[in-house]
Design a protein around this ligand. Structure first.
Ligand code: FAD
Ligand code: DLZ
Ligand code: SF4
Length: 519
């Protein structure tokens, strides 16, 4: 058959550009499970199972829709275990005359696609991925000529472009673009979110679970229980469940953290969006309809939609805008190795052990855990951005480099020098105490400022500000904090610094091999 259509693991959308306007009889779809992709970092076991299972189900759906699918399993004889190797082999096998493929979402994969024409001797048509609201070229257009690239202004353009929460007169519904001031409520006691829809593994998933247990045994995280959505149908059910049960309270409690409540009012739809099982605009329309029906308030619905057509699109744009430099950025010159406890959860800091524990179990933590606990600690401790970035890429079921890297290196570590965030997300224990119930049962005392029993975040916070005084003192949003630091007695300042140093000395560096196999 003339046309070979490789469909990559995060391109599981029936209306993918490469599958459009072509007679299925003229084409072979190629899907590949390859060792290279499963181990360029040693992904969480659940994440690998999720992707393989979703890929296999998608192949079945395509076959049912009349496509010929050549599906290469990980254990297939002759599997070269790389995208390029498999494309070359398949082009020969099917005597293909041309290749058409949607651009890879990650720099590494996109670069490999550029070699396919040479390696196969065939014309290769690389199509833009139009499953995003903002094409990459449009983002370049927006970013060019702007000194600062703030999400908020980009977001307004996406609202106008999609018409989401827009009135006929071009004004935003509710009279404001952003209702965040109504959000950020301190969680009341006993907050109890109905958990997201989960699904019993079918035979396809069970087979994948067996494969992952056998072949990826040494990888981080718990494989089972496994209940993640792996089909379009299940993804739609998960979306319905979120809209009905959690969306109304998403706004006020999106920053809350409660031990044992892994999802709270978050959707956990990132995994479906990033695999292509759900379309971002479709998800936003569902939320908008809940608002129109009067089932969810504007602050929750606007906040949720902003995450998707604002943050998610902006983050992807910034990734392509700055790659490949982005991956190497280290504006704060941080060099500490990642502490071992990120891999084991073995720390007395309860906010960290809880967040890491649920990450091991679920391959999920919500935004504030990622930003204000896991990211904040790494930045204040001076962990090398590339080490903490590899950790994030391994451990989350929604982690692909295009979305993980700007969030970690940019937003959470400030290693981009402020391209994404206007000030570093650094905070002492007081913030975590206000937004969570972690501190009550922590071995450390969040109220103590220094000494062996004090919450380590407290002294680390001042240590961080002091280390980077030159860079941040002039930042208007940090003036108050530097004012406070400046008014402290010299003894007090020395005490903070000594307390932080003593703590930092206790950190065990991670053993090699967790994120990447030893060479
Ligand atoms: P919800 O709170 O329900 O939000 C709805 C949707 O909005 C999400 O599903 C997601 O698609 C989108 N969204 C929200 N915030 C962001 C953001 N900052 N960037 C991109 N999309 C966003 N998101 C990933 O998809 N993959 C990652 O690897 C990833 N790594 C992160 C690392 C750090 C340090 C931080 C601070 C954030 C990271 N995020 C990442 C963004 C965000 O934390 C997750 O998208 C979110 O936690 C997913 O859970 P949810 O679906 O329950 O989100
Ligand atoms: C993350 C991942 C994993 C673990 N395995 C595969 C795979 O075997 N085959 C595949 O097509 N994709 C996989 N992926 C996703 C890719 O690493 C990558 O993120 C996407 O193909 C897009 O760039
Ligand atoms: Fe985390 Fe400090 Fe609270 Fe303990 S006291 S949970 S270390 S913020």
């Amino acid at each position: 058959t003339p046309v070979l259509i490789p469909v990559l693991g995060d391109q599981l959308s029936a209306d993918l550009a490469s599958l459009r306007d072509i007679d299925p009889k003229q084409a072979v779809v190629l899907m590949m499970e390859v060792w290279d992709e499963a181990t360029y970092v040693r992904h969480h076991k659940k994440k690998i199972a999720l992707i393989f299972s979703a890929m296999r189900h998608f192949a079945d759906d395509l076959r049912a829709a009349g496509w010929t699918v050549d599906y290469v399993t990980l254990d297939a004889r002759g599997n070269t275990q790389s995208f390029t190797g498999e494309v070359v082999r398949a082009a020969k096998r099917h005597k293909s005359k041309s290749i058409r493929v949607v651009e890879g979402a990650e720099y590494r994969v996109r670069a490999a696609q550029d070699e396919w024409a040479d390696r196969t001797g065939l014309p290769v048509d690389i199509l833009p991925d139009d499953r995003f609201v903002c094409p990459i070229v449009d983002f370049y257009g927006w970013a060019q000529g702007r000194r600062e690239h703030r999400m908020e202004y980009f977001y307004r353009e996406m609202r106008r472009k999609t018409g989401l929460l827009m009135q006929d007169d071009g004004k935003p519904v509710g009279g404001q673009w952003n209702f965040d001031r109504d959000n950020r409520a301190t969680p009341p006691r006993g907050l109890n979110y109905p958990p997201p829809e989960r699904f019993r593994p079918d035979d396809t998933t069970k087979e994948v679970l067996g494969l992952v247990a056998k072949r990826f045994d040494g990888h981080f995280g718990d494989l089972e229980p496994f209940g993640l959505p792996v089909t379009r149908k299940q993804a739609l059910k998960a979306l319905d469940q979120f809209i009905a049960t959690a969306l109304p309270d998403f706004g006020p409690y999106q920053d809350a953290m409660i031990a044992g409540q892994d999802y709270l009012y978050h959707s956990s739809l990132s995994l479906c969006l990033n695999l292509g099982l759900l379309d971002p605009v479709e998800v936003c329309r569902a939320a908008e309809e809940a608002y129109t029906r009067g089932d969810a308030p504007i602050n929750s619905v606007e906040g949720f939609i902003r995450q998707i057509i604002g943050w998610r699109e902006y983050i992807r744009g910034m990734y392509w805008w700055d790659m490949p430099k982005f991956a190497e950025r280290n504006a704060l010159n941080a060099t500490r190795p990642l502490p071992e406890f990120y891999w084991t959860g073995d720390t007395n800091m309860r906010c960290l052990s809880e967040s890491i524990g649920q990450t091991q179990r679920e391959a999920y933590a919500h935004h504030i855990q990622r930003l204000m606990v896991l990211g904040n600690f790494a930045m204040m401790a001076g962990v090398a951005p590339q080490e903490i970035s590899d950790w994030f890429l391994v451990v989350y079921f929604d982690a692909y480099e295009w979305v993980e890297l700007p969030n970690v290196i940019g937003m959470s570590q400030f290693a981009d020098g402020g391209m994404i965030a206007s000030k570093p997300y650094a905070s002492s224990g007081a913030y975590i105490d206000r937004m969570s119930d972690y501190c009550g049962r922590c071995r450390y005392d969040v109220k103590q400022k220094t000494g062996p029993d004090a919450c380590p975040f407290n002294a680390l916070y001042w240590h961080f500000l002091a280390r980077h005084e030159k860079r941040f003192a002039a930042n208007p949003r940090m003036g108050t904090m530097y004012g406070t630091w400046g008014r402290m007695s010299a003894e007090k300042r020395a005490e903070y610094l000594a307390s932080a140093e003593a703590f930092l000395d206790t950190l065990e560096p991670a053993k090699a091999g967790w994120a990447k196999a030893a060479p």
